[in-house]
Design a protein around this ligand. Structure first.
Ligand SMILES: Nc1nc2c(c(=O)[nH]1)N[C@H]1C(S)=C(S)[C@@H](COP(=O)(O)OP(=O)(O)OC[C@H]3O[C@@H](n4cnc5c(=O)[nH]c(N)nc54)[C@H](O)[C@@H]3O)O[C@H]1N2
Ligand SMILES: Nc1nc2c(c(=O)[nH]1)N[C@H]1C(S)=C(S)[C@@H](COP(=O)(O)OP(=O)(O)OC[C@H]3O[C@@H](n4cnc5c(=O)[nH]c(N)nc54)[C@H](O)[C@@H]3O)O[C@H]1N2
Ligand SMILES: [Mo]
Length: 752
C-alpha cells in the first residue's frame, strides 16, 4: 500500500515540499548524495517554511548532517520505530480521528500492535534512545503537514514490503495523506525507473500493473491486435501465462536449480539489457549461472562486467547499444510526470538503439508483425482496431501506451501534449508545476493519473479538496466493497470537490455505472463499453465520470490490513542474519517460503541455523557515492569520475579497525556467512559506529582478491576496478517482491 496504485512513487512532488511541508521525515534515504537536486528542495523547505528535517538512518550521512533531528537506527528495525511513534501518538490521542473514521480501514489493529511498542522496547530493538523517540514523536504529531520520504534503506530488507506499508500507515494516522506538503514520497532511483515499472519491466505484471490473469491478457491481446491463443502459445504450457516469471534477484536459481524451482526446464540462455549484474546480491551465484548457460547476450553501450566475472570463453555476445542520447521517447520521473526526450545524435558506429535491437530480435524470431501491431491500432467510433499499415517511432508507441494503460491513467499522455511541454518548459512554474500562457490548465509532465486528453494531470494524489477534473481524487477502491462486514468505501463526509456523488463510491464498471452515476446508457454505448474503467477502450466510462465530477477508480478507504499478505499488518521481524540473537527468538522471520516467483526461498531455517553474530559480528550497510552509479561501469570509464574513488573501500570506525590492527588506508578482508570474501581499503570514518561498516556497491573487476584486468577486452578496462560488494551481500529476500536484503546482514572483518 506504498500508495494504493501498487508500487512506490511520490504521492506529491518536490515543489510541493518546498511550498508546503512543515516537517520532512527522511527515513532510509540519503538524498544529499543519491538525489542532490531533490535534496535541495528539502533544504529550501527549511528556509521557506522553517521545516523540521528528521533523518532516520543507521549511518550519519550527508543528509543527516543537515537534520534537526538525527536518529541512528539499527538496520532493519524501522517497523519497531514507527510503532514506537504510534504508541505515543495513540496514547496521547494525537491521531487524526476524523480522517481515520472517514477514510481508513483497520487502524484498530495497528493501535493494538502499537501498544506493545513502549519507548523502552522500541529503544531496545532499534537502538534509538528513549528520550529521542519521545521527542521526535512529539515533533511529528504536532508539526503538520509532514511529508515522509524514503528509498532503499526501507525497501532492501526481508521485511521491505512491510516497511513500505508502516510509513503510509503513520501518515494515515496523522491525517497527512492527500494533503499538500504531506504524503509519502518514495524517491525512485535511475532515470526513468518509474517509467520502467509503469511499463511492466517486472516478472509479475503486465504493463500498467494489470496482473497476469486471463482477463488482463485478453485486454492486452485486443490492444495489441493479436489473437489471445497466439499469445498463449508463446508459453511452453498455458498455465505459465498466469504465473510470475523469475525475478532479477533469483534468476540464477533457474539455471543452477539448487533450491526448488518451478519451471518447465532449466534456463539456458540469458539476455542482459540495462543491468550490470554485479549490482545483484549473491554475485557468486550469478557468476556460476553465467558460466553454466548455453548462451549469454549483453546489449550494452559499455562493456558490461557480467562479461568479465564469468569464466566462459564462448557463446557470449555483446551488442553495441546506443545511449539515451541516441534515441527518442518519453521518460517518467519519480513524481509520475512524463518528459519527452529528443534524440541528440544517430547511434554511433555500428551501435543500434535499444528499440532497434528489439525489433531485430523480433524479426529473427518470427514475431515482428505481432510485436509492432499495437502501434498501428486506433480507436474508431469507440472500437479498437488496426487503423494503419505502418508506424512512426516513438509517437505511435506513446499512443499505444495511452490507449491501453488506463489503470494508472496514462490515457491523456499523447505525443502532442508531451512534446508541447518539452517545448514550453519556460511556461511552467517549477514549484507548483502549473502552466502559464498557452500551457495554462496543465501541470508539467501531466503527472499520472491523467484521465483523458483534457485532464491536467494529478500533482498530489488522494486530495479530495480539488475537483476530479483538476487532479483531485479519493483513495482507490481496489479491494472489494466490504471486508469482515465493514464497508471499504469512504464515508459520506468524504466528497471529492465538485462531485455529483456525495461520499464514497465504488470503482465504476459497466455493470454499476448507470446506478452509481444515476445515468441511462444507450444500447450503442453499452455495446462498446469495456467491463470496467481500466479495460474500456471506448473511453465512455471515463467520459461519463468526467461529466459527473467522479474519479473512475472509486472513492474508498485506505486499508492498513492487507489480508492476502503473510503479515496482514506490518510486524517487526529480525533480518535473516541479525546481530541480536536474543531478538531473533522474540521476533523471528517468516517460515521458509515454498514458492514465490519461480523458486523456494529460505527464511527461518537460515535465520535460526545458528547464532551467526558470533562468527560474523559486524553489520553491513550499503551506501551510494555521488560520482558512481549502479554497477558503476559507466562512470568508472570516465577518468575524472573514477579519480574521485580510485578503488573500492569501506567506511569503518577506528575502534573496530584498530581492534583488528587495521590502520586508515590498510587493506582488509570482509567475510560473509555464505563463505565469500572481498578485499577492500579501510577508510577510518566516524559516520559509522563500531558495530557496523558501510560500503559502496559500484565496483567490479577484482574477484575475492584476484585482479581480473586481463579479462577485459583490449582498451575496455575502466580506470577504476574493485571488488563487487554484492559478493558479500547476505542471503535474504523480501517476502513479496524478492528484493535482496542489501541493507542488513553480517560480516567479519580481518586485516589483509
Ligand atoms: N549492495 C547494493 N546493491 C544494489 C543496491 C544497493 O543499494 N546496494 N541498489 C540496487 C538498485 S536500487 C539498483 S536500481 C541496481 C542498479 O544497478 P544496475 O541495474 O546494474 O544499474 P547501472 O549500473 O546503472 O546500469 C546497468 C547497465 O546499463 C547500461 N546502460 C546505460 N544506459 C543504457 C541504455 O540506454 N541502454 C542499454 N541497453 N544499457 C544501458 C550501463 O552501462 C550499465 O552497464 O542496483 C541494486 N544493487
Ligand atoms: N550518485 C548516485 N546517485 C544515485 C544512484 C547511484 O548509484 N549513485 N542510484 C540511484 C538509484 S538506482 C536509487 S534506487 C537511489 C537510491 O537512493 P537512496 O536510497 O537515497 O540511496 P542510498 O545511499 O542507498 O541510501 C539508503 C540509506 O538508507 C540507510 N539505511 C540502510 N538500512 C536502513 C534501515 O534499515 N533503516 C533506515 N531507516 N535506513 C537504512 C543507508 O544507511 C543509506 O543512507 O539513488 C539513485 N541515485
Ligand atoms: Mo534503484
Amino acid at each position: 500500500m506504498a500508495n494504493t496504485w501498487g508500487y512506490g512513487a511520490m504521492t506529491n512532488h518536490f515543489g510541493d515540499i518546498v511550498k508546503h511541508s512543515k516537517a520532512i521525515m527522511v527515513i532510509g534515504a540519503n538524498s544529499a548524495v543519491a538525489n542532490p537536486i531533490g535534496f535541495k528542495h528539502m533544504l529550501q523547505a527549511k528556509d521557506s517554511n522553517r521545516a523540521k528535517l528528521i533523518v532516520i538512518d543507521p549511518i550519519f550521512t550527508r543528509s543527516a548532517a543537515k537534520a534537526d533531528h538525527y536518529l541512528r537506527i539499527r538496520t532493519g528495525t524501522d517497523i519497531a520505530l514507527i510503532y514506537g511513534f504510534l504508541h505515543i501518538i495513540f496514547k496521547n490521542g494525537w491521531e487524526d480521528r476524523e480522517f481515520l473514521k472517514d477514510r481508513v480501514y483497520g487502524m484498530d489493529l495497528i493501535k493494538e500492535e502499537a501498544k506493545k511498542w513502549t519507548p523502552e522496547e522500541t529503544s531496545n530493538v532499534t537502538g534509538v534512545p528513549v528520550e529521542q523517540i519521545i521527542q521526535v514523536a512529539n515533533v511529528i504529531a504536532k508539526t503538520k503537514p509532514m511529508t515522509v520520504i524514503w528509498a532503499l534503506g526501507i525497501t532492501q530488507h526481508s521485511i521491505g514490503t512491510s516497511n513500505t506499508r508502516i510509513l503510509p500507515i503513520l501518515q494515515l494516522a496523522l491525517g497527512n495523506m492527500g494533503k499538500k506538503g504531506g504524503g509519502t514520497n518514495i524517491i525512485r532511483g535511475h532515470d526513468n525507473v518509474q517509467g520502467a515499472t509503469d511499463m511492466g519491466c517486472l516478472a509479475d505484471t503486465l504493463p500498467g500493473y494489470y496482473g497476469l490473469a486471463e482477463g488482463a491478457w485478453k485486454y492486452y491481446a485486443q490492444g495489441w491486435g493479436v489473437d489471445f491463443n497466439w499469445l498463449q502459445k508463446r508459453f511452453f504450457e498455458p498455465k505459465w501465462m498466469n504465473e510470475k516469471g523469475f525475478s532479477l534477484a533469483k534468476w540464477y536459481q533457474g539455471v543452477l536449480q539448487e533450491e526448488k524451482t518451478y519451471s518447465s526446464s532449466p534456463i539456458r540462455a540469458v539476455w542482459i539489457q540495462g543491468t550490470g549484474i554485479t549490482s545483484m546480491a549473491q554475485t557468486h551465484k550469478m557468476k556460476e549461472a553465467l558460466d553454466k548457460l548455453d548462451l549469454v547476450v549483453i546489449a550494452e553501450p559499455f562493456l558490461n562486467e557480467a562479461a568479465v566475472i564469468t569464466d566462459r570463453k564462448d557463446d557470449l555476445y555483446i551488442l553495441p547499444t546506443g545511449t539515451q542520447f541516441e534515441t527518442e521517447g518519453t521518460v517518467t520521473a519519480t513524481n509520475r510526470s512524463s518528459q519527452w526526450r529528443s534524440k541528440i545524435i544517430e547511434p554511433l558506429y555500428e551501435a543500434k538503439s535499444d528499440e532497434q535491437i528489439m525489433f531485430e530480435f523480433a524479426k529473427k524470431f518470427g514475431f515482428y508483425d505481432e510485436y509492432v501491431r499495437g502501434m498501428m491500432m486506433g480507436i474508431e467510433d469507440g472500437v479498437i482496431k488496426q487503423v494503419k499499415k505502418d508506424f512512426v517511432w516513438p509517437d505511435d508507441a506513446v499512443r499505444e501506451i495511452a490507449r491501453i494503460i488506463q489503470s494508472i491513467g496514462l490515457t491523456g499522455w499523447t505525443p502532442e501534449r508531451l512534446r508541447a511541454h518539452q517545448e514550453n518548459w519556460h511556461l511552467f512554474d517549477p514549484l507548483t508545476l502549473e502552466g502559464r500562457g498557452k500551457m495554462k490548465g496543465e501541470y508539467y509532465g501531466l503527472p499520472w493519473p491523467c484521465w483523458d486528453e483534457k485532464h491536467p494531470g494529478s500533482p498530489v494524489l488522494y486530495d479530495i479538496d480539488t475537483p476530479a477534473s483538476e487532479g483531485g481524487m479519493g483513495f482507490r477502491n481496489r479491494f472489494g466493497l466490504e471486508h469482515n462486514g465493514v464497508s471499504q468505501l469512504a464515508s459520506e463526509r468524504v466528497t471529492v470537490r465538485g462531485s455529483k456523488i456525495k461520499g464514497g463510491y465504488p470503482q465504476i464498471t459497466k455493470e454499476n455505472i448507470e446506478k452509481v452515476l444515476g445515468i441511462k446508457l444507450t444500447e450503442a454505448e453499452k455495446a462498446k463499453m469495456g467491463p470496467s474503467w481500466a479495460m474500456d477502450y471506448s473511453g465512455i466510462i471515463v467520459k461519463k465520470c468526467r461529466e459527473a465530477g467522479v474519479v473512475p477508480y472509486g472513492n474508498a478507504k485506505a486499508r492498513t490490513i492487507v489480508w492476502e499478505f503473510p503479515d496482514p499488518i506490518p510486524l517487526h521481524r529480525e533480518p535473516i542474519h541479525s546481530p541480536r540473537w536474543d531478538l531473533v527468538k522474540k521476533y523471528p522471520t517468516y517460515p521458509d517460503q515454498e514458492k514465490n516467483f519461480r523458486v523456494e526461498t529460505k527464511y527461518i531455517s537460515e535465520q535460526q541455523k545458528k547464532d551467526w553474530s558470533k562468527e560474523f559480528p559486524t553489520m553491513i550497510v550499503s551506501m551510494r557515492v555521488v560520482n558512481l552509479s549502479g554497477a558503476g561501469m559507466l562512470e568508472r570509464t570516465s577518468k575524472y569520475l573514477a579519480h574521485i574513488t580510485p578503488e573500492m573501500f569501506a567506511n569503518i570506525h577506528p575502534d573496530l579497525a584498530l581492534e583488528h590492527g587495521i590502520k586508515d588506508g590498510d587493506m582488509m578482508w570482509l567475510h560473509a556467512p555464505h563463505g565469500t570474501k572481498i578485499k577492500v581499503k579501510a577508510k577510518h570514518n566516524f559516520s559509522v559506529t563500531p558495530d557496523r561498516i558501510c560500503l559502496p556497491y559500484n565496483f567490479a573487476g577484482v574477484w575475492q582478491g584476484v585482479d581480473q584486468s586481463d579479462k577485459y577486452p583490449e582498451e575496455t578496462r575502466p580506470y577504476a576496478i574493485g571488488e563487487p560488494s554484492n559478493l558479500i551481500t547476505n542471503y535474504g529476500f523480501d517476502i513479496i517482491t524478492q528484493i535482496s536484503e542489501f541493507n542488513a546482514g553480517l560480516c567479519r572483518v580481518e586485516k589483509a
